[in-house]
Design a protein around this ligand. Structure first.
Ligand SMILES: [Cu+2]
Length: 220
């Protein structure tokens, strides 16, 4: 949320609406949870413009441990990626090592900005870290002509999914700031991502196959 120098009548209504539904009035990730260690399609949402102004630039900071980031092509925005060094390097695909990775994706110079009462999605693909239970925070900034709407605040203490008060602490964090960073909670996938990594056990566990004895029993 913002404190503009002047507020139109329409914008006052919007402020009231935002405080009533604060958790849904902020930027957010469409995936509130995602499987750890997957290459995953991600989408960051801008939930509204800067009150009286349209959003004309959007920035998403990639969390530590997230690699192989590729923004989705779009003809509505110019897309740029700022890089950061990875030191020490980490193992990537095919024995190559990763020495630099995307730090921030920037969407700018839109064909048309995002008005206050519209959502827009910003898509990219990324390899999520193999850290089930970790809460990934994707700090975002919405930039308008004369103002900005940052969603960059992080919890003071790390949110640990194994903490019995995880939910309460998460809710307290979301209520403690007007600018919480969008998040995705990583969970342990029931099977690896790709079919060539699946065992017979994995496939049976999720009901894709049945054991030979069960097949025989059904056939009789
Ligand atoms: Cu907001």
């Amino acid at each position: 949320m913002l404190k503009p120098a002047f507020i139109t009548t329409a914008a006052v209504g919007a402020v009231v609406l935002m405080s009533a539904t604060s958790a849904s009035a902020h930027n957010y990730m469409t995936a509130l949870r995602a499987p750890a260690n997957y290459m995953h399609d991600m989408e960051a949402r801008v939930a509204h413009g800067c009150l009286a102004e349209d959003v004309v630039e959007v920035r998403v900071k990639i969390p530590d441990g997230v690699f192989r980031v590729t923004p989705m092509n779009t003809r509505d925005w110019e897309v740029e990626a700022e890089m950061r060094n990875v030191d020490p390097p980490v193992a990537g695909d095919g024995g190559r090592s990763i020495t630099s990775t995307v730090d921030t994706i920037i969407w700018k110079n839109p064909a048309k900005g995002i008005p206050f009462n519209r959502l827009e999605g910003f898509k990219f693909r990324a390899k999520l870290p193999n850290e089930p239970g970790r809460v990934l925070f994707w700090q975002m900034v919405n930039i308008c002509a004369d103002s900005r709407d940052p969603y960059t605040d992080l919890p003071e203490q790390a949110l640990d999914i194994k903490d019995s008060e995880f939910g309460e602490k998460f809710e307290a964090f979301m209520g403690s700031t007007a600018h919480p960073a969008p998040y995705t909670v990583l969970y342990e996938a029931e099977m690896p991502q790709y079919p060539w990594e699946w065992s017979a056990e994995h496939m049976k566990n999720i009901g894709m196959t049945v054991t030979p004895s069960e097949q025989t029993a059904e056939a009789k």
